[in-house]
Design a protein around this ligand. Structure first.
Ligand code: GDP
Ligand code: IMO
Ligand code: MG
Length: 427
């Protein structure tokens, strides 16, 4: 009963979509367990490029059942348009399963996300504006709307009214906006209900039975470890738990069932939105990483902030997720640099610090301590095994592995499915 978790070890956009898709051919279920359509996963299959936001990347593998777990927040309009977009391109999406306990991103949650960010001004988080935070806030506040509520009209109306009670006060009196009418929201949501119904089921039961039947289940994280609401760079985080524990709460599969936790790790670092980022580059190297790595957000189209690899963060990801393996991505992007700096520790108030400081103030003024590794100039995109890599690239990978605390079991050398070096099998 192998259950694998695959998650982002940095600030998101590490290449989780590609890694999931790569394994998708050999797994039976791919499960999203948190987040929503704030995710942006690019998957390249042959000459086809797919951008997925809400749907698990396993949807592109014909034998695989994609599952949206209870921990996910679902915008029904986005769900339906993503499904029809894939159907138009000939992808069969009929196997999709959606937890009846997943929460719905309502139109008012999207409105509240946008007005809150505007109101925060300079202190804004730089959210994706998709209503993620307000939907999770409603869930914790016990005024959320769940997928199953779409199938009981009178309950749905009562719940939407309860959710709008306070929000309309805020919208009209604080944010100077128009009040939102509960019956209009209900009408819109009911408009999606029948189309979504065939997918809705008790995913907890399905997944646990699948594991009992020795099926292979892969949990696909959205976002990344440093964007985790508990373990990330709070408050500059997303509102869910992308870290490994989230795979259990967000799916109803217990921790004793998880056999492998794979951290997806970019060979350098990127971040979208506001918040501290010790190795961020503001020079030509940062610009070059952005250009060569195509570092532009899949969801919001924003340029990603770019910087060198940060081993302190990688070690932290190993610890908080209990990582068993890393999948190192985008090594090919570093081809051509004569020397590649790698952050091995921080300097905080004149002191060398080896581990991520728990204090937010300390992290905000942590300065990277760099070690410089020799680069390589040979094209590595055709490499099929570790020994195909130039010596300096091999040494770069080995150095990262040693600093990061878990074996690097695969290396991405290009965006395509087959542009991957497999070192240890994941299954
Ligand atoms: P995700 O959010 O973690 O799924 O990552 P994104 O899809 O947002 O961003 C990763 C980008 O890198 C995508 O455009 C991928 O196609 C691309 N990518 C993934 N792995 C590799 C790799 O090994 N090399 C290169 N050059 N690109 C990659
Ligand atoms: P994938 O799955 C990178 C960032 C936003 C913002 C913060 C909070 O593609 O790796 P939210 O809308 O979630 O409330 O925004 O989190 N963020 C991401 N950054 N990749 C993502 O997803 C992200 N999802 C959210 O930019 O800083
Ligand atoms: Mg992404």
């Amino acid at each position: 009963m192998p259950a694998l978790v695959l998650l982002g070890a940095q600030w998101g956009d590490e290449g989780k979509g590609k890694a999931t898709d790569l394994l998708g051919g050999s797994v039976d279920y791919v499960v999203r367990y948190q987040g929503g359509n704030n995710a942006g996963h690019t998957v390249v299959v042959g000459d086809q490029k797919y951008a997925l936001h809400l749907l698990p990347s396993g949807i592109l593998s014909p034998g695989c059942t994609p599952v949206i777990g209870n921990g996910v927040v679902v915008d029904p309009s986005v769900l339906l348009s993503e499904l029809s977009g894939l159907n138009e391109r000939g992808v069969d999406t009929s196997k999709l399963l959606i937890s009846g306990n997943a929460h719905i991103i309502t139109p008012y949650n999207v409105t509240v996300d946008k007005v809150t960010e505007r109101f925060l001004g300079k202190r804004k988080i730089g959210t994706t504006g998709r209503g993620i935070g307000p939907t999770y806030a409603d869930k914790i506040n016990r005024v959320g709307i769940r997928v199953q509520d779409l199938y009981d009209e009178s309950i749905l109306l009562q719940k939407v009214e309860a959710a709008l009670d306070v929000k309309n006060q805020l919208l009209t009196k604080l944010y100077n906006r128009r009040a939102i009418a509960a019956d209009q929201v209900v009408e819109e949501l009911l408009g999606y209900a029948e189309q979504i119904k065939p997918y809705v089921t008790d995913t907890v039961l399905v997944l646990n039975q699948a594991l009992e039947d020795d099926k292979v289940v892969l949990f696909e994280g959205g976002q990344g470890t440093l964007l985790d609401i508990d373990h990330g760079t709070y408050p500059f985080v997303t509102s869910s738990n992308p870290t490994a524990g989230g795979a259990c709460t967000g799916s109803g599969v217990g921790p004793t069932k998880i056999s492998r936790v794979i951290g997806i790790l970019k060979a350098y670092t990127t971040r979208v939105g506001a918040g501290p980022f010790p190795t961020e580059l503001f020079d030509a190297d940062g610009e070059a990483l952005r250009r060569i790595g195509g570092e532009r957000g899949v969801t919001t189209g924003r340029d990603r902030r770019c910087g060198w690899f940060d081993a302190v963060i990688a070690r932290y990801a190993t610890r908080v997720n209990g990582l068993t393996d890393f999948f190192l991505t985008k090594l090919d992007v570093l081809t051509g640099w004569e020397q590649i700096p790698v952050c091995v520790a921080y300097e905080i108030d004149g002191k060398r610090v080896e581990e991520l400081p728990y204090s937010q103030s300390d992290f905000h003024h942590a300065k990277p301590v760099y070690e410089t590794l020799p680069g390589w100039s040979e094209d590595i995109t055709k490499a099929k095994s570790f020994s195909d890599l130039p010596k300096n690239a091999q040494n770069y990978v080995k150095a990262l592995e040693e600093m990061s605390g878990a074996p690097i079991s695969a290396i991405g050398v290009g965006p395509g499915r087959d542009e991957t070096i497999e070192i240890n099998s994941f299954l």
